[in-house]
Design a protein. Structure first.
Length: 236
């Protein structure tokens, strides 16, 4: 089984790669812009499973030109992809009146456009013999009808776009044996949460949330497609 996890250098993504690599039958590409943290992650995975197959690929998802290299790098490693977890995220915490176009481009490049580019680039090698699964990680901040917070308009609106994109792609590719689902996460104790809500203590840590996401990614596409699932004990 071939799996890709973006945003693998910290938080939920880091824990996801650790969990998924415990099974030596899985090949896991870990994507991040930090080479040092990816090296650390691979060493940690090998420390508890000497046969873990973790393949680090360094890529800055904010750089659209780098995305081409990422997609070609994945294609060199894998003839087909079973699971893609679009976990990477970026945040800008500013009053709306102070947000610049550069701020918006940064958040949307990572949270929206990199997801689109990666899905488009990998569609030709998604495994359609067995149903493949694309899991987009959104946020309760982008979940319609949920609580919203000042300063997070760029982040939340981008995450809302990812949720809607998931529904659109699930419909468009339902005959292609590719399932698309989206998890709208509530508060999880990560560095990104600290950027959004300094000093707040979340009820869940990254390791616990990773357990849920790993199981969902491995199994949920057998039962659902095009779903936006709120996963939240608090918001925050």
């Amino acid at each position: 089984m071939n799996i890709i996890v973006t945003g693998a250098s910290r938080g939920i993504g880091y824990e996801l790669v650790k969990l998924l690599s415990k099974d030596s039958k899985r090949n896991v590409i870990a994507v991040s812009r930090s080479a040092d943290k990816l090296d650390q992650l691979k060493k940690e995975c090998l420390s508890f499973n000497p046969y873990a197959n973790v393949i680090p690929i360094v890529c800055d998802l904010n750089n659209k030109n780098a995305m081409e290299g990422l997609i070609s790098g994945i294609a060199k490693q894998f003839k087909s992809v079973n699971i893609l977890i679009n976990n990477a995220g970026a945040i800008v915490n500013k009053p709306f009146a102070d947000i610049s176009i550069a701020d918006l481009e940064y958040v949307y490049n990572v949270n929206v456009f990199s997801v689109i580019r990666l899905i488009q680039g990998l569609l030709p090698i998604m495994d359609t013999a067995q149903k493949s699964h694309i899991v987009n990680i959104s946020s309760m901040g982008g979940f319609q009808g949920s609580s919203k917070f000042s300063g997070l308009s760029a982040y939340s609106s981008g995450k809302a776009a990812v949720a809607c994109l998931t529904e659109c792609l699930a419909e468009e590719f339902k005959e292609n044996n590719i399932a698309f689902n989206c998890l709208a996460l509530g508060a999880v104790q990560t560095e990104m949460l600290n950027e959004a809500f300094p000093g707040y203590k979340a009820p869940l840590n990254a390791e616990k949330m990773a357990v849920f996401i790993a199981d969902f990614s491995l199994n949920a596409h057998q039962y659902m497609n095009g779903k936006i699932i709120p996963v939240s004990l608090s918001t925050p």
